[in-house]
Design a protein around this ligand. Structure first.
Ligand code: GYE
Length: 368
């Protein structure tokens, strides 16, 4: 409680200092051209800092996928001026060094909160130490980070990507046993998301463990960077190198869309009849477009990953504003979809999770 009050007071001081420095520079025309540039880009935010709203610096990954675009919409919808926020939105275009610079810039600007959706899992210690020194609460969202000192961030909120992966693998195992397919004949190709990102690492870990447990062969890995174009290229390579491949494990839906193009171009069929040469595609996110493919049995199974984290992040900020404590980690609530209702649930670590079949009603109400 006391800490939060001090934080607010510090922010007020920081805001005042930023405004004073900006004003002094305007009057005196001070600064080299690069300093001027820095102040130019911040001038809109310096104005905004004066309106009594809460200023949130948001460091986004990029625009690599439909998930990401929906996530950016969620943030923009939530942190509006009418809702009492000034949103400084930075897109790092999938470049961690750009994202680190954005976080440093937020510190200089004296924002009230920083929200970081980290591109990669490691490499954050130094900049987060600076954030901590500046006394700015930092909410890490979406992907996880790995830091020496867990006190370097205030809260993490995002998807349990390991659970997503475990559920999809458990579904594959149940489905293959149901159709009586000998799992020693399962030959998986992997299209990885951005290598070293929390989402890629978690989903891949699930696959590795499942492959060991059920006797599947993992033939090879290709990076698809969570995009459709790279996903297609990755699938082309895998198809060429491993003609025996009968499962494609895609780290997200956009990669799966690219993989479907590649499968088609190779004269093969994506589907669930792997006994008769079809390639079983599984993916993550559960976008509307992917769920249409699931309904048609083109994608067999899709682990949901919810991009709408804006409201949860706002709730956390409101609690911190009120001096209330918040749990260090919070997970989004997510399900799993499959082309058939023959498997109604899967079990992961002793807990049973419902598997949902895709209906027209579901598709009609699905927003992204
Ligand atoms: O699955 C993918 C996106 O980090 C969970 O990033 C997110 C992943 C999501 O580009 O589509």
């Amino acid at each position: 409680m006391k800490m939060m009050k001090n934080h607010k007071k510090n922010n007020r001081i920081r805001r005042f200092a930023a405004l004073a420095l900006a004003a002094a520079c305007l009057v005196a025309g001070c600064g080299s051209s690069s300093e001027e540039e820095a102040w130019d880009t911040s001038s809109e935010s310096v104005d905004a800092l004066n309106n009594g709203n809460i200023t949130v610096g948001f460091a986004q990954v990029g625009e690599e996928s439909d998930w990401r675009r929906a996530n950016s919409d969620s943030i923009r919808r939530t942190f509006t001026t009418e809702n009492g926020y000034n949103l400084l939105f930075e897109d790092a275009q999938n470049d961690q060094s750009v994202q680190i610079s954005s976080v440093s810039r937020f510190i200089q600007e004296g924002v009230d909160y920083i929200v970081l959706e980290p591109i990669l899992e490691t490499g954050w210690d130094t900049v987060l130490e600076e954030v901590k020194k500046a006394g700015i609460p930092i909410i890490v969202a979406d992907r996880t980070i790995s830091v020496e000192d867990e006190s370097l961030y205030t809260v993490w909120v995002g998807s349990d990507v390991r659970l997503e992966g475990d559920k999809v693998c458990a579904w594959m195992h149940s489905y293959l046993s149901d159709i009586g397919f000998d799992e020693s004949g399962v030959n998986v190709g992997v299209i990885q998301g951005t290598v070293g990102s929390g989402a890629q690492l978690g989903r891949e870990q699930s696959l590795r463990l499942a492959a060991e447990r059920y006797g599947w062969s993992v033939l090879g890995y290709e990076e698809g960077e969570f995009t459709q174009a790279k996903g297609r290229e990755a699938a082309e390579k895998l198809l060429e190198e491993y003609p025996e491949m009968n499962v494609l494990y895609c780290d997200n839906d956009n990669e799966a869309f690219g993989a479907l193009e590649a499968i088609d171009a190779a004269g093969k069929t994506a589907g669930t009849d792997i006994e008769n040469g079809e390639i079983m595609v599984v993916a993550f996110d559960a976008t509307k477009k992917a769920l249409q493919y699931v309904q048609d049995g083109v994608i067999a199974c899709d682990g949901e990953c919810d991009p709408d984290n804006g409201p949860m992040i706002e709730e956390i900020i409101q609690k911190l504003e009120a001096g209330e404590s918040v749990p260090k980690k919070q997970y989004m609530d997510e399900t799993i979809f499959a082309f058939t209702d023959s498997i109604s649930s899967v079990e992961v670590d002793g807990t049973s999770y419902e598997v949902q079949a895709v209906t027209d009603d579901l598709l009609n109400t699905r927003e992204y």
